[in-house]
Ligand binder design. Sequence first.
Ligand code: MG
Ligand code: MG
Length: 260
Amino acid sequence: MPKITYKSAEEIELIRESSLLVSKTHAEVAKVIKEGVSTAYLNKIAEEFIRDHKAVPAFLNYNGFPYTLCISLNDQVVHGFPSEYILKDGDIVSVDCGVIKNKYFGDSAYTFTIGNIAEETQKLLDVTKECLALGIEKAVVGSRIGDIGFAVQEHAEKNGFGVVRELVGHGVGRALHEKPEVPNYGKRGSGIKLEEGMVLAIEPMINAGRAGVKFWDDGWTVSTIDQKPSAHFEHTVAIKKGKADVLSTFEYVEEVLNKK
Ligand code: MG
Ligand code: MG
């Protein structure tokens, strides 16, 4: 297994640049996402935007993944394919995006809503985003990797939701998926110590119902076993003393959504 790579301040700035481009790509998606639009169109908008900014879509061709975005609808957890599916009222849409610029990766995911969604589904989205914030609070020097997972799991389960175990967060740098793994479950004080120079993608995947997932025979799509909805929010963060440095942001996407 490759070891954890620790990043210099200069490298962290390059990862920030890539992460902010991902965040701006989410804002481009936000401008066009609505009832009646295909998810393939969202993928096209994102790919053009990334290439216009002299970067490369990181997921496209990654282990053979065929698209720029992972678009996961409703009961799909992650790694869904963009398609001719037309978005409809009540859908939730996880849009996961990565880019490579100056040889460094950025990775972030946001779950969008279409029209009016069920109250319980809105609660799932709110709690999942809170889980991400609670995980990020623990992404500081002196914590251990299990502190992040514990914080995410405790909040999700307190609200009656299931925490996906089969997929986890990860280190980010010159590769999309580096060591260490960042599970969304765990024991307080367990796992490796977090140190300055580590850059992690923290990405709670939280299910409205049971935690269990199934893997589709397209080789990629993951969905919930009980077919209840699943939500996904992700930031790329640098470990710091006192407070994590969040390299991606939801500010751009939410600025667009709040104007709609
Ligand atoms: Mg991602
Ligand atoms: Mg990720």
